[in-house]
Design a protein around this ligand. Structure first.
Ligand code: EPU
Length: 356
């Protein structure tokens, strides 16, 4: 087992924030975790599991041992009457995995193309885009308990998926989902994820941006590849490429409010973008709320609000020269945005990324 010391984390987070890991271990297999946990020096120490670094803000050097998950492998492991069951190692790149499933003739993940990050991180925040969430295609996962060293499997109900939420985001006991569960935040390392991809493929359309592409191209029955291409084009047009401009995707969740609260906001701001949910509550577009407070293009130090999508905070500093935004600047900007949205709409926006 190789423990690397004082490792720069800038290449390992999509915000390109400069920070160091006091100690970092690359995890390529289940056995690597077993060895680490059994080690008398490193086993008992606090640990931080890092996937593709696409949902994290480093505000200081990281004291817990960083476990950088690099577990690879992807295969069809089973077929049921209805589904292809496809398994991927937690360290596989999400977008490459989506592309590979399409190439294999197993469409169903195309609406989630180009989401940054790894397969292992995908259930943690139940990633989603253009009408499909991870939970819609999830079968089960294997993870290791970092306290006991035991491997366990979870089905979808046990993962307690919610909007950008799961059992992996909660500590202690959590009441998310139908049964009270023990939260697995900082406790589990996801090893492999299995997906149930329906054999009877149906396009998921209906999202405004996709509908626009359909009418522009006069295509009423798009193939999965066509939807994949559209999603890639839509994302490339409105979201910054983290390889070029550091960012962590949407920085805040879209808030949910009651019908009464929404009516109040509409009375003051008739243009507020909102969507009715099946339980009667209403989801508001956080990007719109931030945009209407005038934040697009604003900055704190080198941290800025992206010009084309106010929900995305970016690092305006040049790539690897160390002059980019600090995590502190990102969080100062995030707090200023929260305050101004709260003062105008009475809504406290909740950040999506993990802040360390
Ligand atoms: N809007 C504005 N101004 C802005 C940004 C958005 O007016 O600066 C309006 C748009 O015009 C649109 C509405 O707000 O009417 C929603 O915007 P968009 O369609 O871009 O989607 P979003 O709600 O901002 C969510 C996800 C994205 C996902 C897209 C598409 C969250 C927090 N974000 O964004 O996910 O790609 O829908 O499904 O749920 C991510 O999580 O990192 C992410 C990019």
């Amino acid at each position: 087992m190789l423990v690397e010391k004082n490792v720069p984390l800038q290449p390992f987070n999509t915000f390109h924030i400069v920070a160091k890991a006091h100690a970092l271990v690359r995890i390529s297999s289940e056995d690597d975790v077993v060895k680490l946990l059994a080690d008398p020096e490193w086993g008992p120490q606090a640990k931080f599991v890092l996937g593709g670094g696409s949902n994290v803000v480093f505000t200081r050097d990281v004291k817990p041992v960083v476990l950088k998950v690099e577990i690879k492998g992807r295969q069809l492991i089973n077929q049921t009457e209805k589904n292809f069951i496809v398994e991927a190692g937690a360290g596989e790149n999400w977008h490459e995995f989506v592309t590979w499933t399409l190439d294999q003739g197993w469409p169903g993940l195309e609406n989630m193309a180009l989401i940054p990050g790894t397969v292992g991180a995908s259930p943690v925040q139940n990633i989603g885009a253009y009408g499909v969430e991870l939970q819609d295609r999830f079968e089960s996962l294997d993870a290791m308990d970092l306290q006991t060293g035991k491997t366990f499997s979870l089905n979808a109900a046990q993962c307690a998926f919610g909007y950008r939420d799961s059992v992996f985001k909660h500590g202690g006991s959590t009441s998310v989902g139908p049964h009270p569960l023990l939260g697995l935040k900082d406790r589990a390392l996801i090893l492999r994820v299995r997906f149930a991809i329906p054999k009877a493929w149906k396009p998921v359309l209906g999202y405004a941006d996709i509908e626009r592409k359909m009418s522009e191209s006069h295509c009423t029955q798009p193939s999965a590849r066509q939807i994949y291409d559209w999603v890639c084009a839509i994302r490339s047009a409105k979201l910054p490429n983290p390889a070029v401009i550091g960012n962590a995707g949407s920085f805040f969740k879209n808030p949910t409010v009651s019908a009464e609260q929404c009516a109040d906001i509409i009375a003051r701001d008739p243009k507020v973008v909102h969507y009715h949910l099946s339980d009667g509550s209403i989801k508001l577009a956080a990007g719109w709320l931030i945009d209407s407070c005038g934040w697009k293009g604003k900055s704190v130090g080198q941290a800025g609000v992206f010009e084309r999508q106010a929900l995305v905070l970016v690092n305006r500093g040049a790539g690897s020269d160390g002059n980019g935004a600090t995590g502190g600047e990102v969080m100062t900007l995030a707090k200023a945005i929260q305050t101004s949205v709260y003062e105008r709409f009475g809504i406290l926006l909740e950040p999506e990324p993990v802040v360390l």
